[in-house]
Design a protein around this ligand. Structure first.
Ligand SMILES: Cc1ncc(C[n+]2csc(CCOP(=O)(O)OP(=O)(O)O)c2C)c(N)n1
Ligand SMILES: [Mg+2]
Length: 671
């Protein structure tokens, strides 16, 4: 559809859509950076979606049963900010729009969920938003099954561009959504055939509609500037029991001299170009100026959902007090008191039983305590259920025929799994956890980073955490992964030493809702090292004295996970030689860093030699070894400095010197 047709036949629509376009052009020009082309190209789709379909109440953007709107092509952030401002968001004001991309503004370069309630997802790394949306749609299905259609019944709408669809993760997301028949997921594809380098066919000739169809999607292809076609396609998509793709042919940077070119992708800042474009639109208002009639038309769209919201509140009030409290608790991410007491009892029992268990198996035992107490958990694995030990018998399988199922077979899709879990956590009301081999953190890493940046409670169950996995060899043996995760801000890494620390780690993970937790678990069996029951969660301190030196304290051994028992065995030998040795179990650097200085000094006093033992690389350990000031102790490290090898685990620990004897020798060399 041409601009002239739109002006002549859809005048009201056109003015509203041009308000988005004008604001995007003005904000990008003011910031002298950003992306004008996507908002200019998708404004017609957005206007129809918001005017005719999206269920939302601009004054209450956090209403739990709102439709979710996800801008996966996050470089087009000004589209979202313009929509929020125009419809009357309490947070995205005109000043925020004027301060686009500036220090302290909520209108960051790419949308950040932590900045304003109406921003559902942090996007920008292409492919993530569309993959998060699968988790949103899963969470909606699960909640609808549990609370009924009167309380939960909403759609998830996604804007995605060529870039999102070209990213590999999109295939994982599409496959998952198709298999699970997520009929309330609707993707509007900005089919403009342009990316940064030029035309899409420079790099890709994929038949996108065919690809979605092949994975079980309902697919339509329309003119993305024709309001009636957009409306009809969304209507049809809502009726489909399959997830829907609406491929919308659009013109990037519509109406400008950069239309349909790669130049249109980025910041259009040239004053003449902007003036000419606004003239072509028939938009004769100053920068950031929205005429009152257009603004009030948009505000009417923003308040359209008020009555629906009010009706929802009435229906919610009809639920029993218990149900209401449960719904609200699950939404808040808080755990019930029962959880703490159940974990304490489990720890007490296990410190008496003292099983020799892999921490992955210990983790499953803990899950058997947690899952019945927290009906909001949704477990899963990327095709390694039997290895990650992520299932418990009570969960049931999630699928088209069982929306109450709480276990998801993600298939061999680590990245898609992580992104879907982000979506579930962002949707709220559910607590996702999912597993794979620790080494394949690499395959999930972009989404794990976003869990951390987005400040959401996702739990990663990463098993087979070192050379201790043995025969599968160096392809599967993580060496650098602990360092990489510890380097990620707001990622909580927990590497428990035994079943007691595993229970404590899970308790911490389940109570964390402002960031993700990675549980780093062994394949191989480990002895129980916490044989004396303590009601207190010692793992919460990050590091603590597990075994005190007898006599003069000459050495401190720091260890995590499977190497804690190596440290204890080394201590026995050192004590036998009269070398007083303390063992510090250190399941989490991050939590230890958060303790006050006096506690840290008590656990790691200056003076005694320090040796860290961990079946990973040394990177980062020096902070704890040399002390936070860099010269508190003579230090050594027992761990990995190369890839591992394929052999039985016991032989590998010998070969790489991660043994009590080598630890003893390292300590003695330093004394
Ligand atoms: C994972 C990732 N890789 C690269 C980029 C940089 N980048 C931003 S937008 C873009 C092109 C996107 O093309 P498309 O989705 O078609 O957007 P359009 O140009 O149509 O707005 C690229 C490569 C990114 N944001 N994320
Ligand atoms: Mg494009």
């Amino acid at each position: 559809m041409e601009i002239s047709d739109l002006k002549a036949n859809h005048a009201e629509h056109w003015k509203k859509a041009c308000a988005i376009r004008a604001l995007a052009m003005d904000a990008v020009a003011a910031a002298n950076s950003g992306h004008s082309g996507m908002p200019m190209g998708m404004a017609d789709i957005a206007t129809v979606l918001f005017e005719k379909h999206l269920k939302f109440d601009a004054a209450a953007p956090g209403w739990p049963d709102r439709d979710r709107f996800i801008v996966s092509n996050g470089h087009g952030s000004m589209l979202l900010y313009a929509l929020l401002y125009l419809t009357g968001s309490p947070e995205i004001t005109l000043d925020e729009i004027k301060n686009f991309r500036q220090m302290g503004a909520k209108t960051a370069g790419h949308p950040e969920n932590t900045e304003a309630v109406g921003i559902e997802v942090t996007t920008g790394p292409l492919g993530q938003g569309i993959s998060n949306s699968v988790g949103f749609a899963i969470a909606e299905e699960v909640q609808r099954a549990r609370y009924g259609k009167k309380i939960v019944d909403h759609f998830t709408y996604v804007f995605a561009g060529d870039g999102c669809l070209m990213e590999g993760i999109s295939q994982e997301a599409i496959g998952l959504a198709g298999r699970n028949k997520l009929g309330k997921l609707i993707v509007l594809f900005d089919d403009n055939s342009i990316t940064i380098d030029g035309k899409v066919d420079l790099a890709d000739i994929t038949d996108q509609p065919a690809r979605f169809k092949a994975s079980g999607w309902h697919v339509q292809e329309i003119d993305g500037h024709d309001p009636e076609a957009i409306d009809a396609a969304i209507e049809a998509a809502k009726k489909s029991s399959k997830p829907s793709l609406i491929a919308c042919k659009t013109h990037i940077a519509l109406g400008s001299s950069a239309q349909d070119t790669a130049k249109g992708h980025g910041a259009l800042t040239d004053a003449q170009l902007i003036a000419d474009t606004k003239a072509a639109y028939g938009w004769d208002h100053g920068p950031f100026e929205i005429p009152a009639d257009v603004k009030s038309a948009w505000e009417a769209i923003g308040s359209r959902g008020q009555s629906e919201h009010a009706a929802w509140k009435d229906r919610f009030a009809e639920l029993s007090d218990g149900k209401q409290a449960q719904f609200n608790r699950e939404l808040s991410g808080e755990t019930p008191k029962k959880l703490a007491s159940a974990i304490r009892k489990f720890k007490k029992d296990m410190s008496e039983e003292q099983p020799k268990l892999a921490t992955r198996a210990a983790s499953q035992k803990v899950l058997a305590v947690i899952n019945p107490i927290l009906p909001e958990t949704i477990g899963g694995s990327a095709d390694l259920t039997g290895s990650n030990n992520t299932d418990t018998p009570d969960l049931g399988l999630f699928g088209p025929d069982n929306r109450k199922g709480r276990y998801i077979h993600y298939g061999i899709r680590e990245h898609g799994m992580a992104a879907a879990m982000n979506g579930m956590a962002l949707h709220g009301g559910v607590k996702p956890y999912g597993g794979t081999f620790f080494c394949f953190t690499d395959y999930a890493r972009p989404a794990m980073r976003l869990s951390a940046l987005s400040q959401i409670g996702v739990t990663y169950v990463m098993t087979h955490d070192s050379i201790g996995l043995g025969e599968d060899g160096p392809t599967h043996q993580p060496v650098e992964h602990l360092a990489m995760l510890r380097a990620t801000p707001n990622m909580l890494v927990l590497r428990p030493a035994d079943i007691i620390e595993t229970a404590e780690a899970w308790e911490i993970a389940m109570n964390r809702h402002d960031g993700p937790t990675t549980l780093v678990l062994t394949r191989q069996g480990l002895p129980t090292v916490r044989v004396e029951h303590k009601t207190k969660n010692l793992t919460e301190q990050g590091a603590y004295v597990l075994a005190e030196a007898e006599g003069k304290r000459q050495a401190i051994l720091l260890a995590t996970g499977s190497e804690v028992s190596v440290a204890l065995a080394a201590r026995e030998k050192l004590q036998a030689e009269g070398i007083g040795t303390r063992v510090v179990s250190m399941p989490s650097w991050e939590l230890f860093s958060q303790q006050d200085e006096s506690y840290r000094k008590r656990v790691l006093p200056a003076g005694p030699v320090r040796v860290a033992i961990e079946a990973g690389v040394r990177l980062g350990w020096d902070k704890w070894l040399l002390g936070e000031r860099g010269r508190e102790a003579k230090a050594g490290f027992v761990g990995m400095s190369s890839f591992g090898a394929s052999a039985p685990a016991g032989e590998l620990f010998e070969k790489f010197g991660i043994t009590p004897d080598n630890t003893v020798a390292t300590v003695k060399g330093l004394l």
